[in-house]
Design a protein around this ligand. Structure first.
Ligand code: SAM
Length: 297
């Protein structure tokens, strides 16, 4: 059974929005009132003591820093698009990773942020505005229906795919609704049916990402602890990935916790642990050379 993670015992992480302030200045500003450490794994991420409440902090309110967990912050870092690239954030609301991409790209190049849900599009637009990420174009669209050959998308060089998932690796408020069924085993069929449906969508979305002609890097991520949404999705699509010229590459090589050893190349995958790291995330990175010879299917 899943354990509840104690939210109050977890360090608070904030990501500095380098579009608005450099990390050193934010560090010094926050250090006036808090004990602050720079994270060793993720650039521009600062760690504050458990229980620090920053909701009303001026730097939060003006989008200079964002409350974003460590694992969540590893996703855009894993993709690491170059300034000037064309990037597609396939499933993007509320936009935390979108604006992180914009910061990594120093506001240069273009990010298309796609989101299916109308209400969530509004949250995405608000995040983009707050961050001052002027190179982001929000699209209220179904990612699965985007035409990769359309001139809008045919130049896309990197895709961040963070599709809907069970959320089983995130904070207690998201776990709460799952806990009774997991712990009491009351509704295993409903849960496994839900996971199968999510996995089917996740596979479809990753298949679609492979078909964009100029893409060199794809990151696939979930905040799920379930193999069916993580390693199984990657394993089932390895042959298709190879047919498009993609191979797995190691996400943040210095991170020690890797994928479950259920496929060749699991050492390339990244996991964070719900208990040890406070969040259960999964990240996979596919790369191919810019001058790849695409095999037509
Ligand atoms: N990357 C986001 C962030 O870090 O802020 C979180 C993304 S959330 C896990 C997944 C999002 O995908 C949801 O907002 C959901 O509405 C959206 N979504 C689901 N199916 C989609 C589709 N077919 N096309 C585009 N967006 C979709």
């Amino acid at each position: 059974p899943l354990c509840k993670t104690s939210d109050v015992s977890k360090p608070r992480y904030v990501r500095v929005n380098t579009l608005k302030m450099d990390t050193e200045s934010a560090f010094l500003e926050l250090s006036k009132h808090y004990v602050v450490h720079k994270d060793e794994m993720v650039p521009d991420l600062l760690k504050l003591p458990p229980g620090t409440d920053l909701h009303q902090h001026p730097l939060i309110l003006c989008g200079t820093i964002f409350m974003q967990g460590r694992a969540s912050s590893m996703v855009a870092v894993g993709l690491w698009p170059k300034p000037g690239w064309w990037v597609l954030d396939a499933c993007s609301a509320p936009g935390n990773k979108t604006v992180h991409l914009a910061a990594l790209m120093k506001g240069k190049g273009k990010i298309i942020a796609c989101e299916l849900d109308e209400q969530r599009v509004k949250r995405l637009e608000a995040t983009v505005r707050l961050a001052g990420a002027t190179n982001v174009k929000v699209k209220h669209e179904d990612f699965l229906k985007l035409n990769p050959e359309d001139p809008c998308y045919s130049k896309i060089q990197a895709i961040l795919l963070d599709p809907s998932c069970s959320g089983s690796g995130t904070a207690i408020d998201r776990l709460d609704h799952l806990l009774p069924s997991y712990t009491a085993g009351l509704d295993d069929n409903t849960n496994s049916d839900r996971l199968r449906k999510l996995a089917a969508f996740q596979k479809k979305a990753l298949e679609h990402a492979f078909s964009f002609p100029a893409v060199e890097r794809i990151v696939y991520s979930t905040c799920s602890i379930h193999q069916i949404e993580n390693e199984d999705v990657i394993k089932s699509l390895l042959p298709l990935a190879a047919s498009y010229g993609f191979q797995l590459a190691t996400v943040i090589p210095q991170w020690p916790r890797r994928g479950l050893p259920v496929l060749d190349g699991s050492q390339h995958l990244l996991r964070t642990d719900l208990i040890e790291d406070g969040e259960g995330f999964f990240i996979a990175l596919f790369t191919r050379k810019a001058d790849h010879n695409r095999v037509e299917t």
